[in-house]
Ligand binder design. Sequence first.
Ligand SMILES: C[S@@+](CC[C@H](N)C(=O)[O-])C[C@H]1O[C@@H](n2cnc3c(N)ncnc32)[C@H](O)[C@@H]1O
Length: 272
Amino acid sequence: MAHGEKSQSRPIDMNTPSAARMYDWLLGGSENFQPDRDACVKLLGITPTIQQLARTSRAFLRRAVRILVKEFEVTQFLEHGSGLPTRDNVHEVAQRANPNAKVAYVDNDPMVLAHARTTLHENSNVMVIDRDVRDTAEILEATADFFDWTQPIAALFVSVLDCLRDTGDDRDPAALVKRVAASLPAGSYVVACQLVSDNPVVREKVTTLMAEATNNSWGRVRQSHEVRRYFEGMEIEPPGLVDIADWRPDTPPPPLSLRPKDCREWGGVARV
Ligand SMILES: C[S@@+](CC[C@H](N)C(=O)[O-])C[C@H]1O[C@@H](n2cnc3c(N)ncnc32)[C@H](O)[C@@H]1O
């Protein structure tokens, strides 16, 4: 079990695709099963650029974490929905910039947790929490002694809010981000992005496919103006809320003519 993990030990369901394993396949990973791959192929049939978007999202996560450590001097990260990537995880990126950086990962996919157990057991500056990302009180309790609550913490919501359904109550994605932001020390940050589309047909088709594939464990493709709600009351860092390919790119981003037109990952970084 990884450092600090609170296990609820559910079995891995190999027959129902999971968002974590589908994302892993889209990123070229091997921690997935045939039903995950089949669902991804169907998804590619609706939105052929989804693989490019997964890579763009992962690159944004890496840049945001690196810039938060190097420029904003943040050394504590709380990643909601950590996923399965085999390299350049948040602790690897953050600890390259500052070896003392601490990362708490939250996920509820048993395969993600099994993966974490095998890769993180020797890193005392990393903890793994087996919880639904919306269980804020329990997550804060689990991290109470892990983080220094007098110092800023960056709460990460990268490609996870699209996995959450609208509920109109405190389980709603916008309510979740607001609640977490309100519980962080002064000078903390929120990083968030999610899948958006201007095309209602694409929004409907992707949402339906993902809901059916994952046995209703998915949320919704949204519109960019809905992402703005996640950041209400926060001071958004330049360049603002954007196609994340444009969020402080290390190299010139692809011209608009070569970008995905069906869907985009939209988001940014804000100070709470
Ligand atoms: C698409 S992956 C994103 C992974 C990572 N944030 C990244 O950007 O590479 C979404 C992750 O969120 C997790 N997830 C989705 N809904 C969740 C929930 N309600 N509670 C906990 N984890 C959740 C999935 O298991 C998956 O690992």
